[in-house]
Design a protein around this ligand. Structure first.
Ligand code: GLU
Length: 288
């Protein structure tokens, strides 16, 4: 008889600002599940973007979480220390023939979408607007390879249709809800390596959840569309498949999702205003 795998959850903030109540909710959500199951709770700093991430925010995250009463197991994984892992995954995907270089700037993409007149067959729509229209997917691969060899800056995109044809249909287990059928094209041909950073959120999060042995990914409902794609990346890369639990999002008085702009809900601001950790846990949806 094999023992049931131990629950391993993680909280994976990006150090682009101070944590707010929405982050506290997410962190406590995963932490509670892990602790109640006698499992492990990991902390990962998602800092692949040197333009937006700052060491002082990373330090503040650790401090704020500890103040809130959270603890984590093992060392903190900092993504910027592990770029080789993402490069290896990218190589593997490249060998499957599911990647292509993309030379488009943001402006090129917007112009292409406008030119296509938002025609659904040319510009598929995603959860947050038009998706990448596929301009570079249609380029002659030999010509594109020559541009890459000449050192032209480019991102790397996933040819989602090609990738999904390799894996066939995929599903995942959404705890409390059941089996979800993945729709890997929901975000279109996403960027897996940026022009400036040879990785992207989608690639690094998928690789790390596997390498860290995460068995249950807990995160906000806003990332539900990304899970469709992450399931595809796992299948392509032969990675372990966790379960997921997407939680609801805290909102401000106007009913909008909390963001780093809602300064008053920053954990530091609440702490400086004299709130106790127990009060803040309660504000974050976890009363004693
Ligand atoms: N780093 C992501 C964020 O701060 C979260 C990633 C995840 O939980 O999958 O939104």
């Amino acid at each position: 008889m094999t023992a049931a795998p131990r629950t391993v959850c993680r909280f994976a903030p990006s150090p682009t600002g101070f944590l707010h109540l929405g982050h506290a909710h997410s962190a406590l959500f995963g932490w509670r599940i892990a602790r109640e199951a006698g499992g492990r709770f990991l902390l990962r700093i998602e800092d692949i973007d040197p333009q937006r991430c700052r060491p002082e925010f990373e330090a503040a995250i650790l401090e704020d979480l500890a103040w809130l009463g959270l603890d984590w197991d093992g060392p903190v994984r900092r993504q910027s220390d592990h770029m080789d892992d993402y490069a290896a995954a990218l190589d593997r995907l490249g060998r499957l023939g599911v990647l292509y270089p993309c030379f488009c700037s943001r402006k090129d993409i917007q112009e292409e979408i406008a030119r296509a007149g938002y025609a659904p067959h040319l510009t598929p729509m995603g959860p947050e607007g038009p998706l990448y229209p596929g301009t570079c997917r249609r380029r002659d691969p030999i010509h594109a390879a020559a541009r890459v060899a000449a050192g032209e800056p480019h991102a790397i995109r996933l040819d989602v249709a090609k990738a999904a044809a390799i894996t066939g249909p995929l599903t995942w287990e959404e705890q409390g809800k059941g089996v979800v059928t993945a729709d890997p094209g929901v975000l279109g041909d996403v960027v897996l390596a940026r022009r400036d950073v040879r990785a992207s959120y989608h690639l690094s999060v998928t690789v790390d959840d596997h390498l860290q042995g995460v068995t249950l990914v807990t995160r906000g409902r806003d990332l539900h569309p990304a899970t469709h794609l992450h399931r595809l990346l796992q299948a392509l890369l032969g990675l372990d498949v966790p379960e997921w639990r997407h939680h609801g999002l805290l909102t401000n008085d106007a009913g909008e999702r909390l963001s780093k702009r809602d300064g008053a809900t920053a954990l530091r601001a609440l702490r400086e205003a004299g709130r106790t950790p127990a009060e803040v846990r309660s504000l974050a949806g976890f009363p004693e």
